[in-house]
Design a protein around this ligand. Structure first.
Ligand SMILES: *[C@@H]1O[C@H](CO)[C@@H](O)[C@H](O)[C@H]1NC(C)=O
Ligand SMILES: *[C@@H]1O[C@H](CO)[C@@H](O)[C@H](O)[C@H]1NC(C)=O
Ligand SMILES: *[C@@H]1O[C@H](CO)[C@@H](O)[C@H](O)[C@H]1NC(C)=O
Length: 526
């Protein structure tokens, strides 16, 4: 209607003009009737013509304008949507495990939220999978086809370490109490018992935690999937209480191997009942259960921990020094023990990892639990694949768990230093800013003399870098820069006397690289 009206009024304006003109004409030439008649005819024709043109062209122009404006609108709408998507996109994690929302992953969720992640599902374009349960069997098809930036918090094959029977019966590892698989090692067990009549034993299985001390006559020598382990007598006691310690350990790569332990703190858990007078019937004297005695209830440690504010580890160290002993022995032995266990399983784990197309997506955080005897020898009790990070029962542990997670996410590159919408590589310059070839090259004298890449060391020279070498060295470099309170224990600290021949070739090359970094900058030697 409005359009029509406007058209009508436009026509009438024209008419007025025509009238004015004709009026002028008529004013000037009143008697020239024919002339006036032609003019009127002309004017009518022109008006019809104009009406015709307007009738056709007007709608065409209007239609074009409408079309133009709507397509512009669409265009801008698209740009806006794109901007909104980029602005809102956050790195995504999803969670795999039973009842993940029942509370035990609360601190994991909190940490990821603080690092700018948001939770998605298995259907999301995810950056991190946080699996509480071992994911590689049930999710094989999706975990076998990972994009390079996708991270998974487990390593395929880590069960060789975290499975109790496999761990306890590892060969070639020091710091493991004698253990015998039942029924396979029955003969060896009986011989060991005959040779060591004073020792006591515990029988354990993958399904059950360390359980009661048994007389050899009471051991069930037919129980499949269990093992019998020597019981560590003469434990180191604090205020009469036996305890165990939990060391958070991270494997960031299997081939070559890189292992870190968290030195920011150690979890100390005490038995709720004093060890002496000893009574094998009372497991609260020698087994650490869910209702353990926390460090802030142990009189000699309470002052350091609660009043003076020290960590559990530093509180214990002060106590040990006050007894005239050197706690460093414990920590050196702990590092040796973890290194030994993981090296003894290295080739088995490597074989499992090889079944996955992309082998750089995996990391593993375990908690190694140790018992300590009165001479400060340490004994590996178990390694937990998904250590309990719930502070529901002991709220003061929240800080420990959050710091462990914060340091872990930093170490493996999930807590990024550059703000990004995903863990994907965004552009090459940004990557180089974080680690460039000049950060990776070592051994200047050797490299200056390399004519080809056949000599092993020459593979560490820039002209011989392969994509694989560059990837391994870049990741090692970044881990060193982001380690915070994690300490690398493999490759071990660089010393003049270190022996490399027992390591795989890839491990030897990586150790050589750390040696090279250490020669250029002593802060890399530790
Ligand atoms: C995600 O999980 C659901 C339910 O477990 C399953 O049906 C679906 O196939 C999964 N999707 C992908 C992409 O793996
Ligand atoms: C083991 O046997 C001895 C005697 O043979 C007995 O005194 C002791 O209480 C037994 N210990 C357990 C844990 O059954
Ligand atoms: C984890 O620790 C909490 C106490 O902080 C306890 O209630 C829970 O049972 C533990 N979970 C497991 C699987 O050990």
């Amino acid at each position: 209607m409005t359009v029509k009206k406007r058209l009508v009024s436009a026509t009438s304006n024209e008419d007025e003009e025509v009238f004015e003109k004709s009026g002028k004409n008529s004013d000037g030439k009143k008697n020239e009737d024919t002339a006036v008649g032609t003019t009127v005819l002309n004017t009518k024709l022109r008006t019809i013509f104009k009406l015709f043109i307007l009738g056709i062209v007007g709608p065409v122009i209007l239609y074009t304008l409408y079309h133009l404006s709507s397509s512009l609108q669409k265009h801008f709408a698209k740009i806006e949507v794109k901007e909104v998507l980029i602005k809102d996109r956050k790195p995504i994690y999803w969670v795999y495990g039973r009842n993940p929302d029942s509370g035990y992953l609360k601190h994991v969720f909190a940490l990821l939220d603080r690092l700018g992640f948001e939770r998605g599902t298995n259907e999301s374009d995810w950056d991190l999978l946080w699996a509480h349960d071992y994911p590689f069997r049930s999710l094989y098809s999706s975990l076998n086809a990972l994009a390079p930036h996708q991270k998974v918090n487990h390593v395929p094959g880590c069960g060789y370490i975290t499975n109790k029977v496999d761990l306890s019966t590892s060969e070639l590892a020091r710091h493991l109490p004698a253990a015998f698989k039942i029924p396979e090692d029955k003969k060896a067990l009986l011989k060991y018992v005959a040779d060591n009549p004073a020792k006591s034993f515990v029988q354990k299985s993958n399904a059950h935690r360390g359980i009661q001390i048994l007389n050899v006559s009471d051991i069930d020598l037919a129980s499949e999937g269990s093992f019998v382990q020597e019981f560590i007598e003469n434990p180191f006691l604090v205020d009469g209480f036996k305890f165990d310690i939990g060391v958070y350990t991270v494997v960031t790569s299997v081939d070559p191997l890189r292992v870190y332990v968290y030195k920011g703190d150690i979890l100390f858990r005490f038995c709720p009942v004093k060890y002496y007078p000893f009574d094998p019937e009372n497991i609260d004297k020698y087994v650490v259960g869910d209702d353990y005695l926390p460090i802030w209830d142990v009189p000699s440690l309470k002052n350091y921990y609660a009043n003076l504010g020290f960590s559990m580890k530093d509180s214990f160290d002060s106590y040990v020094r006050a007894q005239g002993k050197d706690p460093q022995k414990v920590w050196d032995n702990v590092n040796d023990a973890i290194r030994d266990v993981i090296l003894s399983k290295e080739s088995l784990i490597k074989d499992v990892v090889k079944r996955f197309k992309n082998q750089h997506n995996f990391f593993e955080m375990m908690r190694f639990d140790f018992a300590i005897d009165d001479e400060l020898n340490v004994f590996v009790m178990e390694a937990n694949m998904s250590p309990n990070l719930s502070s529901a029962h002991y709220p003061p542990n929240q800080l420990l768990y959050e710091q462990v997670l914060f340091n872990l996410f930093g170490l493996v590159g999930i807590g990024q230093r550059v703000r990004k919408e995903s863990l994907r590589i965004r552009n090459q310059k940004e990557e180089e800013m974080q680690v460039a070839d000049k950060n990776l090259v070592v051994l200047p004298e050797v490299c200056a003399k390399c004519d080809d890449c056949f000599r092993v060391e020459c593979q560490l020279c820039k002209p011989c870098f392969t994509d694989e070498t560059r990837h391994i060295l870049s990741t090692s470099y970044r881990e060193h820069q982001n380690a915070m309170d994690f300490q690398r224990i493999f490759p071990p600290p660089i010393t003049k006397t270190m022996v490399l021949k027992d390591y795989t070739l890839k491990n030897q090359l990586l150790v050589r690289w750390y040696q090279g970094k250490c020669e250029l900058d002593p802060t890399w030697c530790g």
